[in-house]
Design a protein around this ligand. Sequence first.
Ligand SMILES: O=C(O)CCC(=O)C(=O)O
Length: 269
Amino acid sequence: MSKQLMTEEQRQGYDEQGFVVVRGFFDKDELEPWHQRFVDIVEGRVEPAENMLVMRDVMVVKGAVEPDTPQEAIAKIQDFHHDPVLFEGYCKNERLLSWVEGLIGPDIKSIHNMLINKPPGVDGRHPIHQDLLYFPFRPADKIIATWTALEPCTRANGCLVVVPGSHKGELLPHENPDWEYVNFLYVGAKGVDAGTERMHLEMEPGDTVFFHPLLLHGSGRNTSSGFRRAISCHYASATCSWIKGQEPIPGQGFRPYVLVRGEEHPSCI
Ligand SMILES: O=C(O)CCC(=O)C(=O)O
């Protein structure tokens, strides 16, 4: 199944629901180097690549918990576009890119990447939000996220939660949730509450979900004693255009968008 191309049914599911889960997209042995790289970085055996962010969980930063091991302290690493194992292995994976191409077209830039580590013992929830908030270019339909489970992701350890079909709505205003501990930039969409119908995406290692940037999604608390880990990349078509007035100013800290398939387009992102 994982080696096959996208079926018409899967494509329609993405259009209707705003996401498609592909079971067994990666084999377990393909995940192992990414897993190990994360452990080597947080345990200090590998120097983080240039510009990589290694982010501690807010409860650790504020001293609310004292983790026994470095792995228990970290919420995520991101911006690993200079890391050969994570970027070349995951973000530039040819099979992943073929699916991305099937959903957003042939000229593809990697615009953001993360390896999310939800340790036991911290709150770690991610409020329900829309990723489009973070992207100053359009159209939304030419942007996509991939998210691959590295560990079993269950309701007990805080799997992804999605609101099917919500990608057909607008970009909502976002705000900080009213929680005691919230990780940096983990904002939630206004108007989403306990009554909003949602679906829990329980996934096995290697299962991969592709989702639209307007899809409302988040994740719960890890109440288990193990880690919940996933690797994720956002892609956009190289034909996307900056929102007027939000173009990057040279030298002012925009993360690089890296062409990973196809061609550049003049005056586009
Ligand atoms: O992996 C998670 O817990 C949620 C990640 C997410 O939604 C995000 O970073 O936008």
